[in-house]
Ligand binder design. Structure first.
Ligand code: NI
Length: 391
């Protein structure tokens, strides 16, 4: 039997799996039942299953007929702290937790892909590692899996993953060369004055006007210090300071996020932020400290992998099902941490249909993913793996 026929045969079962996962979401690093469930779904296959040491997260290893490369396929399995508002018959039974990023779809697509490839294991060489990763939403999971040794034994040659995408039709695959997701970083600037009586500003250092100058000067980093070719977002999301109307503020905290498509751009922004904050504070006898928290690096797709995917999609789903995405997303994705060690690709699984609820953004409490995407995901992943391993 071929990939498509097996996928059609198991589609209903995999949709049931997806609904079970959707009803029973678990937060990052608490995916114990999800891990157990994945184990049970795959325990009767030839896939060698290894649960991670903490009991959340699981790796499956499937060997083909002969020697060959090793491909990692990763699905994230965690949900979000969101109260679900979909009114689906299989809505979350875990109050306040929801699969609003589609990780239930990712997990079921990977389970389905594992079932398909297990049946076809004599048709490819090499090894597939199925990586069910916890805690993507908190950006902890990929590093955790790397610490668990997922890159080694056998060593990964490439790694791929998919992510649901409510801006592409269900049945289609979206991808782009180069950057597809941004580097997401956090910062916090502490501005220090001395405090004092509001009536005697000349006898103290006021942190508020210093902070105000820093806020407006930070706007010039993207417009005046970066190359116009490099894109970046610098958003200040919070500013807190002062204690009373008649007291000169001693401390102000400014915090926000920096998104870039290149790691070096993020480094440049950090440096400019320090120069601007410290020099402005110094000019008014105050002080400033910049805390910069690097998050995930950008996700940069490997050219060969994208070209191979394009071939596979065109051949198996048809040319009209391949969508080259014009823009990367400035969202962050911890899959980038694997890409610091091994080349790979993230692609988009379209989940949009004519219903408004399917067109809402990821993390929206009312988003409904079109389940037609599940078979598209399984066919694409399985065909990609076989093609890659037999290259
Ligand atoms: Ni996600």
């Amino acid at each position: 039997m071929d990939i498509k026929s097996i996928t059609m045969e198991i589609e209903e079962k995999v949709i049931e799996i997806r609904r079970h996962l959707h009803s029973n979401p678990e937060l990052s690093l608490q995916e114990y039942n999800t891990t157990e469930y994945i184990y049970n779904m795959l325990k009767d296959t030839n896939i060698e299953l290894q649960k991670c040491s903490s009991g959340t997260g699981i790796i499956g290893i499937l060997n083909g007929r002969g020697k060959g490369p090793t491909l990692g396929i990763r699905a994230d399995i965690d949900a979000l702290p969101i109260v679900e508002e979909t009114e689906l018959s299989f809505a979350s039974k875990n109050q306040g937790v929801m699969h609003a990023c589609g990780h239930d779809v990712h997990t079921s697509v990977l389970i389905g892909t594992a079932i398909v490839l297990d049946r076809l294991k004599d048709s490819f060489n090499g090894t597939i590692k199925f990586i069910f990763q916890p805690a993507e939403e908190t950006m902890q999971g990929a590093k955790y899996m790397i610490d668990e040794g997922v890159l080694k034994n056998p060593d990964l040659d490439h790694i791929i993953c998919l992510h649901t995408w409510p801006f592409t039709d269900a049945g289609k695959i979206g991808v782009r060369h180069g950057a597809i997701m941004a580097s997401a970083n956090r910062f916090e600037i502490e501005v220090y004055g001395t405090g004092g009586h509001a009536a005697h500003p000349h006898k103290s250092v006021d942190a508020i006007p210093i902070a105000a100058q820093i806020v407006s000067s930070l706007q010039q980093i993207v417009s005046r210090k970066l190359s116009p070719i490099d894109s970046a977002v610098l958003t200040i999301g919070q500013i807190h300071g002062g204690t009373a109307d008649n007291i000169i503020a001693k401390k102000v905290t400014i915090s926000g996020t920096v998104r870039t498509l290149k790691t070096e751009v993020s480094e440049n922004i950090k440096q400019s932020m320090e120069e601007i904050s410290q020099n402005i504070a110094k000019a008014f006898n105050g002080d400033a400290k910049v805390n910069y928290y690097p998050g995930s690096p950008p996700v940069i797709n490997d050219k060969q992998m994208v070209d191979l995917l394009a071939e596979v999609v065109t051949e198996n789903l048809g040319e009209s099902c391949l969508e080259y995405l014009e823009e990367p997303s400035l969202g962050g994705e911890d899959f980038a941490f694997y890409l610091q060690h091994v080349n790979g690709m993230l692609f988009r699984l379209g989940t949009r249909n004519e219903l408004e609820a399917s067109q809402r953004g990821l993390h929206n409490p009312g988003i409904i993913f079109d389940e037609k995407a599940i078979s598209t995901g399984i066919i694409t992943m399985s065909s990609f793996a076989v093609r890659y391993l037999n290259r």
